[in-house]
Design a protein. Structure first.
Length: 263
């Protein structure tokens, strides 16, 4: 009787997770860069880009990089960026640097304001789960990263879903609520369990590096796994100069994945 009950509970859990994953009808793409448009069950239209590594055929699980794009005009309310705004974010910043990782790169357009809005959280979670269900992804090896507005989102998402990320890589953003950080200066109070690679410039010019420096000191004093990559010549709006610096994070990511394979 107990075995039957456990079987029923397990079957229900499987069916429930499948139902959730199939909320979006994701079409599996072959290797290469793709721009895709999807409609959510509530009618929300979302555009995303996905880069599939060379040689991917679904026979072997591959890691994922979840990317959160930078800001755009009118990031508040129900505003959204120009269609496929995230394409420029991927091409300028990550494409060259992350090619050696052989990972699937997923990045969606915001559906409403910055990444900490409830609408974005619901839409991106549904998309993320659906892509995970469609492709053969090693979900233990998902890294979240973002620049500027995307860095605020990276801090927020990583703090909420630490159990789903192998590491977080925020660039030029603070571990704070983007809506209020200039007024209250309050930083996230998170007990970090995952490795962090933090990149910020001393000449950023838009997002002050000082709070990041203090936050890194605090985390290191607590024994957290933190790598701090300080930049000295790149300003906030020179993201096209970042690929070389971002490339320095590739060994950090590979090391995380290696530890997962060989604990």
């Amino acid at each position: 009787m107990k075995k039957n009950l456990l079987f029923i509970i397990s079957l229900f859990s499987i069916l429930n997770s499948v139902a959730t994953a199939q909320e979006l009808d994701i079409i599996e793409m072959g290797p290469g860069f793709h721009k895709v448009e999807i409609t959510h069950p509530d009618g929300t239209l979302q555009r995303y880009v996905i880069d599939i590594p060379e040689g991917y055929d679904g026979s072997k699980a591959v890691p994922m990089i979840l990317g959160l794009h930078y800001g755009f005009g009118g990031m508040g309310g129900d505003n959204r960026p120009e269609p496929y705004w995230t394409e420029g974010f991927f091409n300028k910043i990550y494409q060259q640097a992350f090619k050696p990782l052989g990972a699937i790169f997923l990045a969606a357009d915001s559906v409403s304001g910055n990444w900490q809005s409830p609408e974005n959280e619901a839409a991106l979670l549904r998309l993320w789960d659906s892509v995970n269900a469609t492709y053969n992804i090693d979900e233990r090896k998902t890294i979240v990263t973002g620049y500027s507005m995307g860095a605020f989102g990276t801090w927020d998402w990583a703090s909420k879903f630490q159990d789903r990320f192998a590491g977080a890589f925020p660039i030029a953003g603070m571990s704070a609520d983007m809506n209020t950080f200039r007024e209250d200066g309050k930083l996230l109070d998170t007990d970090w369990k995952i490795p962090l690679y933090i990149m910020h410039s001393h000449v950023d010019g838009l997002i002050d590096i000082a709070p990041t420096i203090e936050y890194v000191k605090k985390l290191k004093s607590e024994g957290k796994d933190v790598t701090f990559h300080e930049l000295f010549v790149i300003t906030h709006h020179q993201e096209n100069l970042l690929p070389e610096s971002i490339g320095h994070a590739v060994p950090w990511i590979k090391n995380i994945w290696q530890k997962i394979d060989n604990p």
